[in-house]
Every structure is written in structure tokens, then in C-alpha cells.
Design a protein around this ligand. Sequence first.
Ligand code: PNS
Length: 160
Amino acid sequence: METRAVYPGSFDPVTNGHIDLIQRSSALFDQVIVAILRNTDKTPLFTVEEREEMLKKAVCNMKNVSVTSFAGLLVDSVEQLGASVIVRGIRAVSDYEYELQMALMNRRLSNRVETVFMLPAESYSFLSSKLVKEIAQLGGSINGFVPPHVEERLRSKFRK
Ligand code: PNS
């Protein structure tokens, strides 16, 4: 039976750390669906459509990876997408507490869905969308942190 995994997140914007994790998951699971959260308390820099476009371009060479967006409870979307696994990245111990809480709560909400924690390459362990946005806004170099097309989108956002 095919194993389908969902990799959820804000992806505002996608970083090379996210892409590394998508690549690793695509080697483990038959299908990987990257799912962008629609409803959030955070005010995103990019619209869902912009984030989806950037993600699609970043994964266009990965045959078993698709990109979508979701609203409401993650476990509901995971089941609707016919998936049984949630993939989350752990960069450092500091991520673990929040991720553990979320994984246990999701398991309580649906026992048909398992969370799998994955580690990105060590070289991305300090990388986050939040820091990348801050550096770009302050005029620093984000080369190597995001794909070139995302770098360009960040630059033009902050030029305005
Ligand atoms: O990239 P992020 O912002 O850390 O991703 C967080 C995300 C999208 C995985 C989380 O906020 C989420 O799953 N939201 C959907 C609402 C939900 O299901 N909440 C209960 C989680 S226990």
C-alpha cells in the first residue's frame, strides 16, 4: 500500500531547510504533499498564492511531491488528502517541546495519523523563514538560505 505523507507549515517563505526536508521525505514516502496553512494568527509576508507558487517552483523536479494549502484542523486535511503521516522538521532541541505537544495533540485528535520527525542537514539547523525575512529586510545577504527565485521575491517585496 502506498504511504502518503503531508508536510505542513507556514512556508513564509520556503527556505533551503524546508527543501532539504522535502527531498528527504520524498525518498522515504511514496507521495509527499506540502501543505501551506491558510488560517493563521500570524500576519504573513507573502500571500498563500505567492507561497504556493514559490514552493511549486522549488519542488518542480521532485516527481512524488505536490503542493496544496489547507485551513482548519491539520489532521482533518491529512485524512481528506488520503495521507497517514505528518512530517515535521526538528532543527534543534528547542523545537522539540512544541513539536512534541503538537504531535501528541494531533494523535489524540486522530489515531489514524502518525507524526514523523525528521532532521534537516546540519548546515540548515540555524535557518528559519523568520530570520531570512529579517535579514532580507535589513539588506543582508540571504544567498544560500533560499532558492534564487525566492531571494528575488524577497528583494522585490522589501524594495517596495
Ligand atoms: O511552519 P509552522 O508555522 O511551524 O507550522 C505550524 C502548523 C501549520 C503545522 C500548525 O500551526 C498547524 O497544524 N495548524 C493547523 C491547525 C491545527 O490543526 N491545530 C492543532 C495542532 S495540534
